[in-house]
Write a protein that binds this ligand. Structure first.
Ligand code: ATP
Length: 259
């Protein structure tokens, strides 16, 4: 029998790097939530999402505990990839299967016993909404670029694994359209937690967790107080995106850039 659906994931405080207790009560993640984890290098951002990925029970370096629907999660959530409700995608996520993209996805569809003929094509189409470099169904998985691989794995996590919670560890640096990813995840009722150094991703998230010294230092919910900053970040991101494309295409960038 399938474990009951996830309503919420709760993170209970642990300790900072010096063994002192963290000063938050509990952080709850629900469907549709967008959360960014920010803070200096080495402040414990990845450790925070790794605690969620492994459903920590005071058994990791941070001493945090992660509950599902207010209880310790069932064993399948932790051990069985087919039931795991959390998908973690990092910059280092690589695919070792030497298969064509469509074969790889079909294998995943079959292993989950999903009867849906168009699912593989829809997954590739969704991945192509996330990346500017088109992924073709016949391409080898091992030949995809970093941005293509992560776009495909996000699309796979959304449509085939159907994970309700996505943890994305600094995936934005490598050729992914972050706005589109956030839009799709939000519309699909996913909860998404980003570890990020990118101001736009942080501003697009509804909540921001600030890490320092291995601990959660603050949880910020800006509501609409950052709307102006968000508008500006979107404008600047658009300029940078166009420049990146022109540079990649070998063009010389002349004339006004702010249009
Ligand atoms: N509360 C803690 N107690 C003890 N060790 C911790 C704690 N939090 C994080 N660490 C350890 O500190 C190191 C750095 O943490 P982490 O990789 O999570 O930082 P980060 O903010 O993701 O850094 P970067 O921005 O460079 O990716 C890791 O080895 C991690 O296991």
């Amino acid at each position: 029998m399938d474990p009951s659906p996830i309503r919420e994931i709760t993170i209970l405080p642990g300790r900072n790097r010096h063994g002192e207790p963290e000063r938050f009560d509990a952080i709850t993640i629900r469907s549709g939530d967008t959360i960014s984890i920010v803070g200096p290098t080495g402040s414990g951002k990845s450790a925070f999402i790794n605690d969620i990925e492994v459903f920590a029970r005071n058994d990791t370096a941070t001493g945090r505990t992660v509950l599902v629907n207010g209880e310790y999660p069932p064993e399948e959530f932790v051990r069985d990839p087919a039931h795991k409700p959390v998908a973690l995608i990092t910059q280092n996520t690589r695919c070792l299967a030497d298969l064509a993209v469509a074969e790889f996805l079909s294998m995943h569809v079959r292993s989950r016993r999903i009867a849906d003929d168009g699912l593989v094509e829809r997954t590739i189409a969704l991945a192509n909404e996330f990346t500017g470099e088109e992924i073709r169904s016949g391409a080898r998985m091992t030949a995809l670029s970093g941005g293509q691989t992560r776009s495909l794995l996000v699309a796979d996590a959304v449509l085939i694994a159907a994970a309700p919670v996505l943890l994305l560890d600094e995936v934005e640096n490598a050729g992914i359209f972050k706005e589109r990813v956030i839009e799709v995840l939000r519309a699909g009722g996913k909860a998404v937690v980003f570890v990020t150094h990118d101001p736009l991703v942080s501003l697009l998230s509804a909540r921001r967790i600030v890490m320092r010294d291995g601990a959660v230092e603050r949880v910020i919910e800006p509501l609409d107080r950052e709307n102006e900053a968000l508008r500006e970040a979107l404008r600047l991101d658009g300029i940078l995106r166009r420049m990146r494309e022109q540079i990649r295409a070998g063009d010389l960038i002349t004339g006004p850039v702010g249009a």
